[in-house]
Design a protein around this ligand. Structure first.
Ligand SMILES: [Zn+2]
Length: 496
């Protein structure tokens, strides 16, 4: 049974699916796994006419706590400021908008049907006011969970409150600490030494915690969202979902403090790059944008859902067959009657129609490298597919699969033996006739045999003469698609 069907089996009533992401950096391909997984669950429930919401939060009240190198100069002064209040690197909108718009674009292209909301918007509108009041009134309960999970003495946490004020003096949120709550206002201090990456201004004051003036710490906010919306399903990536990690803490706060059953537990594994966790800062792996350059959205969805979420997926496309294999698997799934594959295929589809190609990926790679194939590609409706194949060849393919028809006779032709030249002469003469590709391919073996030439040597001669390499794509196609050039060239080599 398809993992998503199994997960939803036996569930009844309204469902609320939620997911979130912090818009503070380029979207990594792994960052699309959560959105796609949740989208599949949403679409399955929709198809069953179940009442279901799918919301996706951009956590733009988080403090900027790190910057890519190229922004350190211009944005260093915004460290500690909420993402929604710092300017965008391109001058348009906020820092959060800049990255958030990239994610919105990826959602559109991948047909992810989530309702996106901004944390800053919800805080300002007072959506979380009730939850803020609740966690302040029940700060002791939150402290207990923290003490328990982190094996801390509860008295060490006695003065700690699950809330952070956006400092009205310096604008930073990462540096503040609430010191008291009187039921109406919180007392707070903006500390110079609270975190290493930002310096607070030492301002102290009393302020109402509502309507966007404060934000809850990540784990508390997570639980608060579940409680506020009534979230029933929210998966979490491995970084959060390890034992005792943020997901566990949030679930415990949800249960013990808010008194609500936490959502269905669904931890999911990462994409790996040569066995290591992908990381944009280390240059390991692809961004979402780069992935969409080389794979159509359908294949990206397929990649994310064909494997159950709790299994890691190795994905290093550089000079490997990872992408060709994915195409092959996708074609297989398109034809399959087997439930798991069929369901993976169905939920990979998006709102635009792109039929899987009839040809295998390795044939497509040959077609796009041969001249004069444009008409054939058009005829077979493969233009969109070949655009992706071209990107793969340019950026990821190994030299093994690349070839180009040489305009002049390649130098290595000098290495060909007498029999090999004789063979080329024979092929050239046979090209007077009309041939079908399959039949011609068979004949190539026959003609080699007739003159006691091994098929290895025969094909070597063909490839060296046309593409200057001793191996290449299926010879009959290569020859027949370039008949005039090949016929003349073989004749020339044979008579030299
Ligand atoms: Zn301050």
């Amino acid at each position: 049974m398809f993992w998503a069907d199994k997960l939803l089996e036996g569930r009844t009533g309204e469902e609320w699916i939620n997911d979130a992401w912090t818009p503070s950096g380029i979207v990594h391909m792994g960052g699309l796994k959560g959105p796609v997984i949740h989208d599949v669950l949403f679409k399955i429930l929709k198809k069953k006419n179940r009442k279901v919401n799918y919301t996706f939060g951009f956590d733009d009240m988080d403090a900027i706590d790190g910057l890519p190198e190229h922004l350190e100069k211009t944005h260093g002064k915004y460290m500690g400021i909420p993402i929604c209040n710092a300017p965008s690197p391109d001058g348009k909108g906020s820092f959060g908008d800049y990255y958030g718009n990239m994610m919105r674009d990826l959602f559109d292209r991948l047909d992810i049907d989530a309702d996106i909301y901004l944390a800053s918007d919800y805080y300002k509108k007072g959506v979380y006011n009730k939850a803020i009041e609740f966690v302040l009134n029940n700060a002791d309960g939150v402290r207990k969970v923290y003490a328990n999970m982190y094996k801390k003495e509860i008295r060490q946490l006695a003065d700690w409150y699950p809330l952070q004020i956006v400092c009205p003096h310096c604008g930073k949120v990462g540096t503040t600490e609430v010191t008291n709550w009187d039921g109406k206002e919180v007392s707070f201090i903006c500390k110079p030494d609270k975190v290493k990456w930002a310096k607070g201004c030492e301002f102290t004051g009393k302020i109402s915690p509502y309507d966007g003036k404060a934000t809850m710490p990540f784990k508390v906010e997570w639980a608060a969202k579940w409680w506020t919306f009534g979230v029933t399903i929210e998966a979490a990536g491995k970084d959060h979902a390890s034992a005792g990690g943020t997901y566990d803490v949030a679930r415990k706060i949800c249960k013990d403090v808010f008194g609500k059953e936490p959502p269905l537990a669904l931890p999911y594994e990462f994409f790996l790059y040569d066995g290591r966790k992908m990381s944009s800062s280390k240059g390991l792996g692809l961004t979402g944008e780069e992935l969409l350059e080389v794979l159509p959205p359908q294949l990206i969805r397929f990649l994310m859902i064909k494997t159950p979420p709790n299994q890691a997926i190795e994905f290093n496309p550089n000079q490997t067959d990872v992408i060709p294999k994915l195409y092959d698997d996708y074609q297989k799934a398109a034809q399959s009657n087997e439930d798991y594959l069929r369901r993976s295929y169905i939920f990979s589809q998006i709102n635009t129609d792109l039929k899987p190609p009839k040809l295998r990926f390795n044939i497509l790679t040959q077609w796009v490298q041969m001249p004069n194939m444009e008409d054939q590609i058009k005829k077979e409706n493969l233009e969109e597919w070949t655009n992706y194949v071209k990107v793969w060849l340019k950026k990821y393919a190994s030299d093994e699969v690349k070839f180009e028809i040489k305009e002049k006779i390649p130098e290595d032709v000098a290495k060909l033996g007498v029999k090999q030249k004789e063979f080329l002469g024979k092929v050239s003469r046979e090209l007077e006739k009309e041939w079908g590709a399959e039949e011609f391919q068979r004949q190539l073996y026959e003609w080699a045999k007739e003159i006691n030439l091994s098929s290895n040597e025969a094909f070597q001669a063909l490839y060296i003469s046309i593409i200057g390499k001793d191996h290449g794509p299926k010879a009959a196609w290569l020859i027949l698609e370039n008949k005039n050039l090949v016929k003349k060239r073989f004749e020339e080599i044979a008579s030299a």
